[in-house]
Design a protein around this ligand. Sequence first.
Ligand SMILES: [Zn+2]
Length: 385
Amino acid sequence: MTDKLYYSDGELRSFEARVVSCEPEGGAWAVVLDRTALFPGGGGQDADSGTVGGLEVIGMREEDETVVHILPAPLGVGETVTGTVDWALRFPRMQSHTGEHIFSGTVHRLYNGENVGFHMGGGYMTLDFSVELSAADIARCELEANRAVWRDIAVNSLLPDGDALSALDYRSKKELHGRVRIVEIPGVDLCACCAPHCARTGEVGLIKAVDSMRHRGGTRLSLVCGAAAYSDYAALHSANAAVSAALSAKRLETAQAVERVLREAAEMHSEIGRLRRDILALKAGALPEREGNLCLFEPDLDAVTLRELVNAGVSKCSGVCAGFTGADGDYRYMIGSRSADLRAAAREINSGIAGRGGGSPARIQGSARASREEIEAFFASHSFE
Ligand SMILES: [Zn+2]
């Protein structure tokens, strides 16, 4: 059994230990020490990085209370070595994990909700709770959790024996056997957990819920703590500052400014639509009366406007009026006629303009892959009376 120094002191960054065993394993070496401050992973938290005897730890695992360090070279059994913990990686994870305890303990206390799922990765944590939490409930838990941070409460590690353990009312995701390690934050949380934690809640810095959704009858929440919460705030601040500058809005009024811009854009869009229809009506009205077919091309029309254009064109020609919108190789079309049976002519027309589509005797619509030049040549040389 390895003496897990990180149980009682999560802040230990280096330690001395004796090499108990060293066995070759898949091109590397599996090394057991009498004690270690390196966490092998568990409880949702990844294994530590670090060194043992000057060698980089390339993997870790735990077997029946024994921590195994995978090293690239052997160490002498009985030798005393120094180990180090990659603190830049470890500390933010402890902030996140300790923040998760504070938040989950708060949800448990205020709403009797159990934490039934937990994932840590890339700074953002996902927490699943057994109860539905409204936005107001989450805001209340968040404030309570941050108050626990501000009170800078000591985080205790307990290893109670059987009777003392069964007398404790602690949170746990599963039935536990053997020696159970309990993490206690007095007045806030009592939870079975194997991972290293901050020594005091103040080290967590900040706890912020950033997203939530209903999930399996409960709530799934995204939470950021400590350094990750700071990075999240800094990124949000930059994004908001850019919007603030672009819209000349005060920094806390960017949402209203964006709403205003979107409203104005929608009004402009509908005004532009109205003007385009007016222009097309004028264009169609100005078309000279002609014998034969009429082809009309407009770059970007919706289906309603295309139909209005074709209807106007039909009255100006003796043949069919074919309206196209889009660009060469990718047109949508609508074709109308006063006298031709377009449903009967659809196959011939589609084969002439590399198109697909159909409709009624008076009107067909579809898409065409031909170029404008090819389309105009086809309608100039064909009659559908
Ligand atoms: Zn924990």
